[in-house]
Design a binder for this molecule. Structure first.
Ligand code: FMN
Length: 189
């Protein structure tokens, strides 16, 4: 699977990738060390830089791991993995090794120690860059430092949490790149 991953980019492709996943993108989340994953919603924290905001519940294993290691991988699953992702988000890495339990393949990244998830369409290696809002809001600011995409993957539809255990699946793509004249540096063919 490693050979199927190609380096996508850093900031230039990362930002459109994140923006296209809004609102409330739903991702799996890998942490260094004991091969654990969670399930989270993320949002882009900046209009220009590849910064990502995530609120993590302080009772979760991920909260203490993020605080301690200051890094993680955001793995972006497609709709075929939806049931598995929800199950992953309904148990804790404190009790199970989620890679093992859910048949996920850890793959080494380039910058951080946390593993990529080979079954996912894309993976973003992240470092925690700001913790000033953690005590008050449990909000971590991450910076994407390396992005990967599996260009051979046939299923490319991602899914988005809209609350109450329900999700919207990507549908038709509208390509309006030509109208995005104000920020040509952020448009990628
Ligand atoms: C659809 C869905 C979305 C979730 N989004 C979040 C989130 O944004 N923040 C959060 O703290 N937990 C969220 N969770 C809950 C965590 O995924 C869950 O508590 C997880 O199992 C924690 O694992 P851990 O203890 O290994 O960190 C979500 C769960 C699901 C099923």
């Amino acid at each position: 699977m490693a050979t199927d991953f190609r380096k996508a980019c850093s900031a230039d492709l990362l930002l459109p990738a994140l923006n296209s996943a809004q609102p409330r993108p739903f991702h799996a989340f890998a942490l260094p060390g004991a091969s654990r994953t969670a399930s989270w919603n993320f949002t882009s924290a900046s209009a220009i830089t590849p910064e990502i905001a995530c609120v993590v519940s302080p009772g979760d294993y991920s909260f203490s791991a993020l605080r301690k290691t200051k890094e993680c991988v955001i793995a972006i699953p497609t709709v075929d993995l939806a049931r598995k992702v929800v199950d992953i988000g309904n148990c804790s890495g404190q009790e199970v090794d989620k890679f093992e339990k859910f048949g996920l393949t850890p793959q080494p990244g380039k910058v951080v120690k946390a593993p990529l998830i080979a079954e996912c369409l894309a993976n973003i290696e992240c470092r925690v860059v700001n913790t000033t809002l953690v005590n008050r809001y449990c909000l971590f600011i991450l910076e994407g430092v390396q992005a990967w995409i599996d260009r051979k993957r046939k299923e490319r539809r991602t899914f988005h949490a809209v609350g109450n255990g329900t999700f919207i699946v990507d549908g038709r793509t509208l390509d309006l790149k030509k109208r995005m004249v104000k920020w040509p540096e952020h448009i990628v063919d």
